[in-house]
Design a protein around this ligand. Structure first.
Ligand SMILES: Nc1ncnc2c1ncn2[C@@H]1O[C@H](COP(=O)(O)OP(=O)(O)OP(=O)(O)O)[C@@H](O)[C@H]1O
Length: 761
């Protein structure tokens, strides 16, 4: 049995209030200098509290706001209580820690060493000898076993190797690169405490992600691993925190309650390693404040980070001497229009002497010349590069490895922009390890795929059918924002809870909609491909490709929002006649045939009934849209007339609510409003009618071609579509065509070719 602990000095004795009082003086500071504290907000939606959609909340204590009357008017000062510099290591108030402590962390301020018996509690992880704090976090999350990508990438990254990791969506890649970084930084924090100065905490790890949501998610995921977890020190007594919490509530033994109370009374220490996200949609001032407080692991989107770097030489210098660089979803980052920013950031991470081409000596091929001294990874303190995605082409991996060994070859042309991007990375490791465990055809084993072939203008009806037939949390991907704007009111009129997610929404609204989607049962998220990559939304049951994705990679990543972490998932591809060619090409590039994807069965009789509802909803939407447009134009006209001091005709000048005006326009508006109300009433009545399958008698539930009573007895009664069996999506698929063996599958061939590179070069 192995029990691991880390060494560290203990906090010195708590100062008396008298000694504190002596050491306090007041100081005027700017808002940026205040020690803002992060307010923890639950990851789930907290609708009703008014906090949903906020990127981050911070609070501040012990600050007086002082107003000073000056010649230029009233000036606001923030006045804080400051501890005298000589009180090093004792900056926190008794029983309370603050961010000041985090900034002035030194040997005296280190928290008690944590212990965790990984051999007993997490045997499957014990070979990695992770920092005990990480062991506790994994244990508390019940991650009993590493996922395959974690099992393969962790030993390499912990050894200091550069790693290119390719594994299926939802397979735990975030921790595959996150754990080695956190392990290194936590170990270092105890063994080489950081100097007591604000500039003493440079950014050590930079994680670049393509979208804001993904960056925030990665940051929150890594922060979860750093938050102190209370676990009984004795392995035998330890239990998952959920059980411990339940027992603390009085359901268990008194001993456990006492243990819990004891832990709760201990002062909470600030994290030794801090993780923060810098993304668009947050105020620049706040971002600078976060950075000035000291961030060890910075998770960022390239665009916003480059904006800040341009104004912050200090940060630029820190990026030049990073210890870890991670590209998460590297292949997506070049699609977002931020390639230039990304390239600029990557330039900062290049070795200064690497600009020249180094040709191998003695006529040897570079790979041969360097292969021997390459096994150990990067040298101590050098930049370690980790690149992860679910889709990195084999060719790319091949070029990457060759380039990293052979340096840039004269006249070498990259095959693609992504190729180009990765070839710009300056791997310090002569032979970066490539761990590719992506499944053949890009299909996750727990995912069931299906398709529907239908006319483009019938897609609304098929989608509505799907949503009613298979209730669940559904993520619908559309290729254009216009499509989302059109579909959203339609679904709302039909009583389906739907939320939009696209780049033209404000960041606050984007997060709010994501929160609502997570917390509303059977909700629908109508999204563009900004939601295709990396988002780890719990329990997405279905993914619908309302429009066929443009590339095979997008298809794989969109599908990857469901069937995550070995859970079951379902995807539906809606294919119009003019999209079939794209589907064929898409499947082909995944090494598959279009016919392999199973057909989703549709009760056409039921579909026809839904078409009538859709038709009515469209009509209402069109009348409402017209009325809204006219109102907008009237308002514009009124404002323009006001500005030019022109008097408008009273009919035009009147508001809808104005009493007494009876001009022709007003009458037209009234008639339109009455029509909308009538149509809405009609739709309401239609929605209230049960949807009954053909051959089903609702009067006598035991008669008819299909007896409802039988379904009720079997517990398979469908609440919305009477007479249809209640099944999960995917349970009633029309079997896919069996694949004919056609020699070696494409992907396998590529893999074999890749495996032979060592010898070939
Ligand atoms: N060892 C583990 N055991 C159980 N669950 C895990 C483990 N590691 C990670 N997870 C969970 O699996 C889910 C997917 O992880 P993550 O988001 O890192 O996947 P990913 O491979 O990055 O996916 P994508 O390619 O879509 O970005 C997360 O909810 C995560 O908490």
């Amino acid at each position: 049995m192995r029990s691991s602990t880390v060494q560290g000095s203990k906090r010195k004795t708590t100062p008396t209030s008298a000694s504190i009082a002596k050491r306090i003086k007041t100081k005027h500071v700017s808002t940026d200098e205040l020690s803002w504290k992060k307010v923890t907000k639950p990851r789930e939606a907290d609708l009703g509290t008014g906090l949903d959609g906020f990127l981050e909340l911070e609070e501040i204590e012990d600050v007086d706001v002082v107003y000073e009357e000056t010649d230029v008017g009233r000036v606001v000062h923030f006045q804080t209580k400051e501890y005298e510099p000589h009180a090093k290591g004792k900056t926190d108030k008794p029983g309370e820690s603050s961010d000041v402590v985090k900034d002035s962390l030194d040997v005296d301020a280190l928290p008690d060493p944590v212990a965790f018996d990984d051999t007993a509690l997490l045997p499957a992880w014990s070979t990695f000898h992770l920092h005990p704090q990480l062991g506790r976090a994994l244990y508390s999350k019940k991650y009993t076993t590493p996922t395959p990508i974690q099992a393969q990438a962790l030993p390499l990254a912990l050894k200091g190797k550069d790693v290119v990791g390719v594994a299926e969506t939802g397979s735990g890649k975030t921790l595959a690169y996150g754990l080695p970084i956190l392990h290194h930084l936590l170990t270092e924090a105890y063994s080489h405490p950081i100097p007591n100065s604000k500039t003493g905490r440079p950014v050590r790890a930079l994680i670049l992600a393509p979208t804001r949501e993904l960056a925030l998610q990665v940051s929150s995921h890594l922060n979860d691993c750093l938050n102190a977890v209370d676990i009984a020190e004795d392995g035998a007594a330890a239990e998952p925190p959920e059980d411990a919490k339940a027992r603390k509530k009085g359901k268990g033994k008194a001993k456990a309650a006492a243990e819990g109370a004891d832990t709760e009374n201990k002062p909470k220490h600030p994290p030794l390693v801090s993780v923060a996200a810098i993304v668009g949609g947050m105020s620049a001032q706040k971002q600078k404040r976060i950075l000035s407080r000291g961030v060890d692991v910075l998770v960022a989107t390239p665009g916003r980070l480059w904006d800040i770097i341009q104004e912050d030489d200090e940060l630029a210098m820190q990026i030049e001497s990073l210890r870890f660089l991670v590209l998460d979803e590297a292949d997506r980052m070049i699609e977002t229009g931020h390639f230039a920013e990304l390239d600029n950031i990557l330039r900062l991470t290049l070795r200064k002497s690497d600009d020249e081409v180094i040709e191998p000596e003695n006529g040897l091929e570079a790979d041969e010349a360097e292969v021997e001294d390459s096994k150990e990874g990067v040298k101590a303190g050098e930049l370690q590069t980790l690149v992860f995605s679910a889709t990195l082409s084999k060719d790319l991996q091949k070029n990457l490895k060759r380039r990293s060994r052979g340096r840039r070859r004269k006249n070498e042309k990259p095959a693609s922009t992504l190729d180009d991007l990765l070839l710009r990375l300056d791997f310090r490791d002569p032979t970066p390890a490539v761990v590719d465990i992506s499944p053949a055809g890009g299909v996750v084993a727990s995912l069931k795929e299906s398709k529907i072939e239908c006319l483009a203008n019938s897609k609304d009806a098929y989608l509505y059918y799907f949503l009613l037939r298979y209730p669940g949390r559904t993520l619908v991907f559309l290729s254009a924002i216009d499509g989302i704007r059109r579909l959203l009111p339609l679904l709302e009129l039909l009583g389906i809870p739907a939320f939009p997610l696209h780049s033209q929404l404000e960041q606050r609204q984007r997060l709010k909609n994501l929160d609502r989607f997570k917390s509303t049962p059977n909700a629908v998220l109508l999204a563009t491909d900004i939601a295709a990559r990396g988002l780890d939304i719990p329990a997405v049951d279905h993914v619908v490709h309302y429009q066929v994705p443009r590339t095979a990679d997008t298809y794989v990543h969109r599908n990857g929002r469901t069937a995550r972490a070995m859970r079951r998932g379902f995807s539906l591809l809606m294919c119009a006649p003019d999209e079939r060619r794209v589907v064929r090409a898409l499947m082909h590039s995944l090494g598959r045939e279009e016919e392999e994807v199973a057909e989703m069965p549709v009760e056409l009789y039921m579909l026809d009934k839904l078409k009538a509802r859709i038709q009515l909803a469209r009509e209402i939407d069109s009348v409402q849209h017209k009325a809204k447009k006219e109102k907008h134009e009237r308002n514009w006209l009124r404002e323009a007339a006001d500005a030019m001091e022109i008097e408008l005709d009273s009919d035009l000048a009147s508001d809808d609510d104005d009493e007494g005006t009876t001009g022709p326009s007003k009458q037209k508006r009234k008639a339109a409003a009455a029509k909308t109300a009538a149509l809405k009433a009609e739709l309401k009545a239609m929605l209230a009618q049960p949807l009954v399958a053909r051959g089903v008698s609702t009067r006598y539930i035991t008669s008819g071609v299909h007896s409802i009573a039988d379904d009720m007895v079997a517990g398979e009664y469908h609440e919305t579509m009477v007479g249809l069996r209640k099944v999960e999506a995917g349970e009633d698929l029309v079997p896919a065509k069996v694949r004919k063996p056609k020699g070696k599958p494409k992907v396998k061939e590529e893999y074999e070719e890749w495996g032979g590179i060592e010898a070939e070069d």
